[in-house]
Design a protein around this ligand. Structure first.
Ligand SMILES: *Cc1c(COP(=O)(O)O)cnc(C)c1O
Length: 299
């Protein structure tokens, strides 16, 4: 059985800045779902695992970069549910805290060079790996298929907010959230990638798949801090300050950038008078890897 989540806390963030801007800010702690299967990766795996079971498969194969929260989550769920997992990892063989944890959770890793990984749907090498595994269920990178989207439709359960916000990588999480909203609600996504205008189209496609005709959303594309998994010292300082004031950790790849962006919008006065829900999508497992990669200590 897929582990159930009960009563995910929604906490109020109170400080002088928010008071001054006349904004009420709440944070939904999806990061607390599970230490390794955290946040939106848990949501995306839920119906993928159900489908795996329905189809009578015997192994799970998935894809990701060496620091991927999805790889960490899939390995951990495999361990919990006793399902053998295989990770096809982008790039040369390396070791880092994410991949070490995945191995400890029983995931078999196959490293595929970047060129081959890019064309993974046509790649012979990838095909050979998949063909060598018995009755596999293949989950795409990030868990971002229709089953993943369905899981993300379950994130927002409390409809007492004017605005719902979250970070965006592929935009699947935002798509699921948009699809679940009531008429008087509005969603804002914060892209963590540079040059992410293409995501708007991907999100529109996801919404079509979900038969959703909600136009009450937008994507902010100015808070990427140089690109995916890149940072500037401002971002790290913001994350530290947020931790000091609220005792809630944000990660530097996703939730830190999104919260920074949200604070920026609040400060600009665009959200005055609103009751806002920030979805903490998790990702804290990635902090250690980020710290060792950039030789810095965030917390
Ligand atoms: C993967 C991830 C995201 C991005 O989710 P998408 O559905 O791809 O937009 C956001 N936050 C965290 C913590 C993640 O691990």
């Amino acid at each position: 059985m897929f582990p159930l989540v009960a009563n995910i806390p929604i906490q109020k963030i109170s400080n002088q800045f928010l008071e001054k801007q006349k904004v009420e800010l709440f944070i939904q702690r999806e990061d607390l779902i599970h230490a390794q299967v955290s946040g939106n990766k848990w949501r995306k795996l839920k119906y993928n695992i159900k489908e795996y079971q329905k189809e009578g498969c015997e192994n799970i194969i998935t894809f990701g970069g060496a620091f991927s929260n999805h790889i960490a989550a899939t390995a951990a769920i495999g361990k919990l549910l006793n399902i053998p997992t295989f990770g096809i990892i982008r790039g040369e063989k390396i070791a880092n805290p994410t991949l070490d944890a995945a191995c400890e959770n029983g995931m078999t890793l196959h490293f595929v060079n970047r060129e081959e990984y890019k064309k993974k749907h046509q790649s012979k090498e990838v095909k050979n790996i998949i063909n060598s595994i018995k009755k596999p269920f293949v989950i795409p990178e990030g868990g971002s298929n229709l089953f993943g989207l369905k899981g993300c439709e379950e994130i927002v359960q409390n409809f007492d907010f004017d605005i719902i916000t979250c970070p965006c990588g592929t935009g699947s999480t935002l798509s699921g959230i948009i699809s679940s909203l009531k008429e008087n609600q509005y969603a804002i996504g914060f892209s963590v990638l540079k040059g992410a205008d293409f995501l708007k189209n991907d999100i529109r496609k996801n919404l079509q798949l979900l038969n959703c005709e909600n136009f009450n959303w937008r994507l902010e594309t100015n808070f990427h801090f140089g690109g995916y998994a890149r940072y500037e010292s401002d971002l790290i300082q913001f994350i530290r300050q947020f931790w000091k004031l609220n005792s809630i950790k944000l990660d530097p790849v996703y939730t830190g950038k999104a919260m920074y962006g949200l604070y920026f919008l609040i400060e600009s006065g665009q959200l005055t008078g609103k009751k806002i829900l920030f979805v903490h999508t998790g990702g804290l497992q990635g902090i250690q890897g980020f710290e060792s990669r950039y030789k810095l200590k965030i917390f």
